[in-house]
Design a protein around this ligand. Structure first.
Ligand code: URA
Length: 211
């Protein structure tokens, strides 16, 4: 996997659903459902190059060689809270994936990531890990999450977000040049509070109706 790559997922379904989510009138229920649906569509994109092998199978009509997934097993790693919004959609396509939960909150003053929970498979060295967080803002949480995953041996990590700020991409690329990013949009900038502009507000609050 080549370093410092950002894949912009410009599929019309993704873009349409993202626009619905951005609107401030979007309900909690609608926001959650859309994030779940986009999770499924982004999962399709991030797994596009998974290895397959030809195996012998029998259809009701004839024997044939058919492609099945081979190679590394998968682990999905949502950063709590908002990353959990991608999980159901992705697990619908990858039902055997393991899940590594990463609890990080953003200190409102320093904007630094503070760890409060980390539960992952003991050894991630033989797995592909797909890190999930809808918002790549400062990049602090994503970088902290990568450090945790690497401490468990993860070597093959991909990062999926919904929205990215240029500042977050730059920070992430500097700290984690080996990890490619998939995102549905790159917005203009961060504001003084570390929010993405125009963005969609606080993804966790909008998902869980906590504001
Ligand atoms: N986290 C969010 O939920 N929204 C932002 O705009 C930035 C970080």
């Amino acid at each position: 996997m080549t370093a410092n790559i950002v894949t912009l997922v410009s599929h019309p379904l993704v873009q349409h659903k993202l626009s619905l989510m951005r609107e401030k009138e979007c309900s909690t229920k609608g926001f959650r459902e859309l994030l779940n649906e986009i999770g499924m569509l982004l999962c399709y994109e991030v797994t596009r190059d998974l290895a397959v092998e030809m195996v012998d199978i029998d259809t009701p009509v004839a024997a044939m060689k058919a492609p099945k997934l081979s190679g590394k097993k998968l682990t999905l790693a949502p950063i709590l809270r908002a990353g959990a919004g991608f999980l159901d959609g992705m697990l619908a396509l990858l039902p055997s994936a393991r899940v590594a939960h990463i609890g990080l909150y953003r200190d409102p003053t320093t904007l630094q990531a503070v760890e409060y929970f980390f539960k992952a498979p003991q050894d991630l060295s033989d797995r592909m890990v797909i890190l999930l967080d809808p918002m790549l803002a400062t990049g602090n949480s994503a970088c902290a999450a990568v450090a945790l995953l690497k401490s468990r041996g993860a070597r093959d990590i991909r990062f999926v977000c919904l929205l990215a700020a240029p500042e977050g991409i730059a920070r992430f690329h500097t700290a984690c040049p080996d990890i490619p990013i998939w995102t549905a949009a790159v917005d203009e900038r961060l504001n003084d509070h570390g929010y993405i502009v125009p963005g969609l507000g606080d993804a966790g609050d909008r998902m869980f109706g906590t504001k």
